[in-house]
Design a protein around this ligand. Structure first.
Ligand code: NAP
Length: 487
């Protein structure tokens, strides 16, 4: 792996991994370039795994599987706990790495490292509480005994928008359950994953239990791994489009799938909401990671009586944000991940403007170096514009006016997605009543941030299958085994 001087200067060299991590060995290589999204300049180059490398990773995960499964839960728990502690000790270096390769503002990157590490702490605790069941048959003649066993080798595929947290949200429960894993991080942000693997090694994760590989051929190596009968789990976080392709591929060998896919979160503000609280929540729900979050508020539905004040308040707040490279401590809104991401946002905004929307701030990409799009507020957006159907994944807040509760519910549910939704109202009864009718896996009531390692994270409809985090997250990596016993 080669590094750009700037990268070496910012991040602790102790965290500079050297490439593929298979069977506890580091293998250097090149082929995948990592760019600084605030300039487009080269940051580092990492190894490009071949199908043979992926097969070696499955061999390594298989060789380690029996030993890890037999390792007492307490011991697995302590290794995860040490990994949590090491991530916490190295939080600043990890945050800097994330800010460098992903571009998010340092404050967001620090928040991500804390959130990511918490999955190791949470699953260190859950490792020792794996549930079983003992029941009576309805006839009363027999007993039903249910154990949970590790599902087997798990392939974990993660996106670039949370390079640390999306990995720990999978590795934590998988290791706690007794599974060995192969992690394939996104090509744009592999450095964080390798740095975390270094810390895992230091925490005492045995060779082969966690393997990490980067590749320019994600489809090819994933298909090869899914075709291997030893692989029994695919846990994917990414776009709904790629999720659909992977579900079809996994069907060929009936591999168990957990899917954390795209979102199109409605953010509903009722007339009776506390305006300042709603604006604070809107800024968090929209601007965490500069809008590059699956839970990001994608459509603001604001009731007629509070609409104008909300648009004015949101515009003032969005206008005041300072743009810059994520690693500059003053930055509040970093660059987008790629030029393509900027192009997509530009297309959605331009189409909305052409259809009659008005930008109260922002509205066109910046022309400087790097992949920047300015914080933007749109009002008077037609409810059927493409910006209401597609994930924006950027710092753009389209606001739509509504009159009645029923109208808000109908608009909110008018999407193939169902990951997250937000409601702002002082009337909790109303918020709960409306919330029950919103098709979503997660609902924030007067809260703009809902992610918590102790809560089940996931979506309904085409936002995914299964849940990560919480007490059920570990069961995604386990199979129940029923013992029918006569005695
Ligand atoms: P993406 O394009 O779907 O990529 C996600 C991962 O899949 C990357 O590691 C990518 O590798 C890999 N990949 C791409 N094509 C593949 C294939 N044919 N076979 C196997 N792997 C393949 O998504 P993204 O742009 O990185 O992330 C943004 C999306 O993730 C958004 O839709 C967002 O909503 C979603 N997301 C969801 C959650 C959630 O919890 N529900 C959380 C975060 C993000 P390469 O990088 O090498 O292409």
């Amino acid at each position: 792996m080669t590094f750009h001087a700037k990268f070496s200067g910012y991040a602790d060299p102790a965290l500079h991994a050297v490439g593929l991590y298979i069977g506890g060995k580091w293998q250097s290589g090149s082929g995948i370039t990592v760019l600084d999204p605030s300039t487009g300049n080269l940051l580092a180059e990492v190894a490009d795994a071949s199908i043979e490398d992926a097969q070696r990773a499955v061999d390594a995960a298989d060789a380690a599987a029996a030993g890890w499964r037999a390792t007492p839960a307490r011991q697995r728990s302590e290794i995860l706990r040490r990994w949590y502690q090491l991530m916490t000790q190295h939080a600043e270096e990890l945050a800097t790495l994330i800010a460098l390769e992903n571009g998010k503002a340092l404050a967001d990157a620090r928040g991500e490292v804390a959130y990511a590490a918490e999955f190791f702490r949470w699953y260190a605790e859950e490792a020792t509480r794996i549930p079983g069941e003992f029941r009576h048959t309805p006839s009363g003649s027999h007993n039903i005994l249910v154990d949970h066993e590790p599902i087997g080798i798990a392939v974990l595929i993660t996106p670039w928008n949370f390079p640390a947290a999306m990995a720990t949200r999978k590795i934590g429960p998988a290791l706690a359950a007794g599974c060995t894993v192969i992690l394939k991080p996104a090509s744009e942000t592999p450095l964080t994953a390798y740095a975390m693997a270094r810390l895992g090694e230091e925490a005492g994760v045995p060779p082969g239990v966690v393997n990490v590989l980067t590749t320019s051929n994600p489809g090819g190596i994933t298909n090869a791994m899914l075709a291997d009968p030893r692989v029994r789990k695919l846990s994917f976080t990414g776009s709904t489009g790629v999720g659909r392709v992977l579900l079809a591929e996994a069907a060929k060998s009936v591999v168990s799938c957990s899917m954390e896919l795209g979102g199109n979160a409605p953010f509903i503000v009722f007339d009776d909401a506390d305006l300042e609280v709603a604006l604070d929540g809107a800024m968090i729900a929209k601007m965490r990671n500069a809008g590059e979050a699956c839970t990001a508020a994608n459509r603001f539905y604001v009731q007629a009586g509070i609409h104008d004040a909300f648009v004015a308040g949101l515009t003032a707040r969005m206008k005041s944000l300072k743009l810059g490279p994520g690693y500059d401590p003053e930055t509040q809104c970093g660059p987008m991940i790629t030029q393509n991401a900027v192009r997509k946002i530009d297309r959605l905004v331009s189409e909305a403007l052409a259809a009659g929307a008005r930008a109260t701030t922002g509205g066109k990409p910046l022309t400087e170096n790097g992949y920047f799009y300015p914080p933007t507020v749109l009002e008077n957006v037609p409810v059927n514009a493409s910006i209401a159907r597609e994930e924006i994944f950027g710092p753009v807040a389209p606001v739509y006016k509504f009159e009645s509760d029923d109208e808000a519910i109908r608009l909110a549910n008018n999407t193939e997605y169902g990951l997250a939704a937000y409601i702002y109202s002082r009337d909790l009864k109303r918020a709960m009543k409306v919330g029950k009718r919103i098709e979503t896996g997660m609902l924030g009531i007067n809260r703009g941030l809902m992610s918590d390692p102790a809560a089940p994270f996931g979506g309904v409809k085409q936002s995914g299958l299964g849940r990560e985090g919480g007490v059920t997250g570990i069961l995604e990596f386990m199979e129940p085994k029923y013992f029918a016993v006569d005695y």
